[in-house]
Design a protein around this ligand. Structure first.
Ligand code: PMP
Ligand code: GLN
Length: 394
């Protein structure tokens, strides 16, 4: 009765406002995880670990809560965490971001990315986005009146065609977004890519938004090429990262943004009004945990073993692997199995075979279907083996 009343009221007195994002639907990660849950499928779709975080980290956060650090943190984040991040970045990439005014603790990388776009993208600005692209960039650009200029990454290695990039640069280009290691492909940018990018952006006012959430998950002896390593790129970059990925705590939603002071001033003007500050006891726990660099330096090795285990377990299947050089994702090409679209096949995999993955056409330019599914290997050995047994029979 009550529902009926509300419905009648809205119908009579209010015309529904037009959508600011008419093309945006529920994120593929929510859709696939829900379907996996409903179908009782092994969930290798949405990217999150199915194992626990380190007890030492949990104890540090628990202590911070029990010691009553439960009120607002300072707007940019607690100083000791900003200091710990500054030291970590200086050690890894040789550049010092001042804890006072060049680092902000954010509610995960998603909020950092949204805030960076909100702070700089104006009506009719162009933003270059490499496709396939993680799903949170484009809606934010559109919301602020920006125009997405997509460039498809090329071939099995998902390489940037730098000639095409050069042609897409215009007087309207406000921002370029890169993501290395790259979700969903697991590809990485090499030093040669970063040098090309640096050369092409030199003497422009273009801002670089560098999504580096998988900075500590990189394989085969390769090294992460942070924008922080490149002097000219660093002066124009906002670098976004996430403790969710690094410490197996995606649900905590704590990350950070690094940028030179002049960019960070604008970033914080937005940050203070879209979140103000983020979870205080978790910041205290992470600041202490970061004192031991092994907590994150061992991560590449940890995930490389999982990648290798997954790949060797499905070595005799009909799926073809694409190279995964970083992240905790593996693309599998299923073109020798079926002509079904990746969306149809991923649904069939869940419903009939009880394994969930992510169709990648969602992230491609014009939703091109390359018959590739993304599987998350941030799972226990048992889960990966059970999933592999199923994939081997398909
Ligand atoms: N960027 C990429 C490439 C991601 O994969 C993710 C999440 N998996 C994010 C940003 C968002 O990170 P967070 O969960 O910390 O918001
Ligand atoms: N980044 C995670 C992934 O790629 C998903 C996070 C989310 O659901 N928003 O699967």
């Amino acid at each position: 009765m009550l529902n009926f009343g509300i419905k009648a009221f809205t119908t009579i007195f209010m015309r529904f406002p037009s959508s600011k994002l008419p093309d945006v639907k529920t994120s593929i990660f929510s859709v696939m995880s829900k379907l996996a849950h409903e179908e009782g499928a092994i969930n290798l779709s949405q990217g999150f670990p199915n194992f626990g975080a380190d007890n030492d980290l949990l104890a540090l956060v628990n202590t911070a809560i029990n010691e009553q650090n439960n009120q607002y943190a300072p707007m940019p984040g607690i100083y000791s965490l900003r200091e710990a991040i500054s030291e970590k970045i200086a050690a890894a990439y040789g550049r010092t971001y001042h804890p006072e005014n060049e680092i902000t603790i954010t509610a995960g990388a998603t909020q950092a990315i949204f805030t960076a776009i909100a702070a700089f993208v104006k009506q009719d600005d162009e933003v270059i986005v490499f496709k396939p692209a993680y799903d949170c960039y484009e809606p934010a650009i559109q919301l602020y009146g920006g125009r997405v200029v997509p460039i498809q990454l090329k071939g099995e290695g998902f390489k940037i065609d730098w000639d095409e990039f050069k042609k897409k640069l215009t007087a309207q280009t406000k921002m370029v977004i890169i993501n290395t290691p790259h979700n969903p492909s697991g590809s990485i940018l090499l030093e040669s890519d970063m040098l090309q990018l640096q050369k092409l952006l030199k003497n422009t006012d273009i801002i670089l938004l560098s999504d580096e959430v998988y900075e500590h998950i990189i394989f085969d002896g390769l090294h992460h090429e942070s924008a922080a390593k490149y002097a000219d790129l660093a002066t124009r970059s906002l670098i976004c990262a996430s403790f969710g990925k690094t410490f197996h705590v995606t649900g905590w939603k704590v990350g950070y943004c690094l940028a030179p002071k002049n960019l960070m001033i604008e970033f914080q003007k937005i940050h203070q009004y879209n979140v103000f500050s983020v979870n205080h006891p978790i910041q205290i726990g992470i600041a202490k945990y970061l004192q031991d660099a092994n907590t994150y330096l061992s991560l590449s090795n940890f995930y490389e073993k999982k990648r290798n285990l997954f790949l060797s377990a499905i070595g005799n299947s009909r799926f073809k692997f694409l190279p995964s050089k970083g992240t905790y994702f593996q693309l599998l090409d299923y073109s020798s199995i079926t002509d079904l679209s990746d969306i149809e096949f991923s649904k069939q995999l869940i419903k009939t075979h009880k394994v969930a993955s992510i169709p990648t056409s969602i992230f491609n330019l014009n939703n091109a279907d390359n018959k590739q599914l993304r599987f998350c290997f941030a799972k226990t050995e048992d889960t990966l083996s059970r999933a592999a047994d199923i994939l081997n029979k398909i």
